[in-house]
Design a protein around this ligand. Sequence first.
Ligand code: NOJ
Length: 555
Amino acid sequence: MDKAWWKESVVYQIYPRSFCDSNGDGIGDLNGIISKLEYLKELGVDVIWLSPVYQSPNDDNGYDISDYKAIMTEFGTMEDYDRMLARAHELGIKIMMDLVVNHTSDEHAWFVESRKSKESPYRDYYIWRDEKDGKEPNNWGGCFGGSAWKYDEGTGQFYLHLFSPKQPDLNWENPQVRKEVFNMMTWWCDKGIDGFRMDVISLISKRPGLPDGPAGKSGYGDPGCANGPHVHEYLQEMNQEVLSKYDLITVGECSGVTVEEAKKYASVEGKELNMVFQFEHMDLDGGESFKWNHKKIRLTELKKVMSKWQTELYGKAWNSLYWCNHDQPRMLSRIGNDSGKYREVCAKMLGTCLHMMQGTPYIYQGEELGMTNYPFTSLEEFRDIESINAYHELTEKGVVSKEDMFDYISYKGRDNSRTPMQWDESPQAGFTSGTPWIAVNPNYKEINAAEQMSREDSVFRYYQKLIKLRKEHEIIVYGDYTLLLPDSEEIYAYVRSCKKQKLLVVCCFTKKETVYELPQEFSRQSGKVLVSNYGRRSVEETLILAPYEAAAILY
Ligand code: NOJ
């Protein structure tokens, strides 16, 4: 398998609004990030993925960009950005920008012009249609509720917005749009950035004729948009025009992506992207009303999905590995045990399970501390457009009761991962000297970076170790993967193989003590325990796994 630095890297995602506030306005900023770069260096990550820092009216916290070449006023200035980039590079950390080009803000100059008249040279930068039988041009629903179309009084037409009405979709069929996007990307690359995470890039090519989708369906996987007919052509063009000219790390956020599609987006031939974010494991607890429920993911199902991606992409395309990001609740609260004496072992177990797999791992801020979901008690505590809109829409339609819906958004809402980073035990967890834009999790006195860094047996130190192991053992990066015990609801065990080495990874997903008989091929040899969340130094033929125990053993 061809080696590459981005295959050997570990990425850390920063959600700038919630990371570190340097000026007391309650909103994280670039100078705050600069002040924490040494922390990330100590953790050992290679790359930072910065969620959007561009100028934006913040209808969707920066995923609605009004100027791609300016920094959001609340986050600082372009000079701050340049200093951040330079300091990160000095420390050997790369910076990956969030590229949000499926849509812009409705306040972007292109849209402002486009909206002015049907004759505007920018009209065709967006997707405008006439009404159909007195209604929207088709039945597509927006990801944040309601129709995906908004009527514009000025010119009497509708425009498409797969997300909020303040996020109009760009028309990628227009070569001029592609040229503008590629020029903007080149501008950032020339500044010296190291890569792009591409927001909902699988949605940029809409089906010809924009046909109706199945009634009542909406959301990321809208059949009218995911993996559309020209998406690969556009990405190949992007690759030729921009990506291939630099040494970048690229990951496409690909809602609705299948393994077959991923082999095209992230093929080893390198014609498009390095890797994709797939959603199948995140969708396992989805259901009728999109993601809104309180279902638990079954371990057997999780293993099936993870293993499919591990084995089917092997040698053909490259995987990304993630449990958490700014759109997901904390995995520790979702599938693990987030309170009391098991919180830390469980956080370490989840880290082991993911970081010993094949692919490039992504750590979301606070995951390395074992941060948890937020204990919401009222709707006023929510900030996220997605949760707030869904609450109103589903309760007003009578689809879900208010009580249930509150439970669902509290459990699955994106604000769970957007609460401020917990730095220390000072007021507001050391995130800000002012009032934070979203409440700090009240558990910050117990869970914070200062406390974690003061102890050798903390989650932070364990993540440090996982990252280091990846640098020391080729098998973790390049080895193949075989699942063991597919039917167990308690144990996730798999084997990685590379040349003559084997790595056995065993993770117990329950708080019950669980017996695990080592497969024969391992029971007769003595392996070296590379990492264990219970300080285990050796393994016997029969392992009595403690609650949430995890170990990776090299043979
Ligand atoms: C995916 C992003 O991760 C999410 O936060 C955002 O709301 C949508 N794309 C729209 O840009």
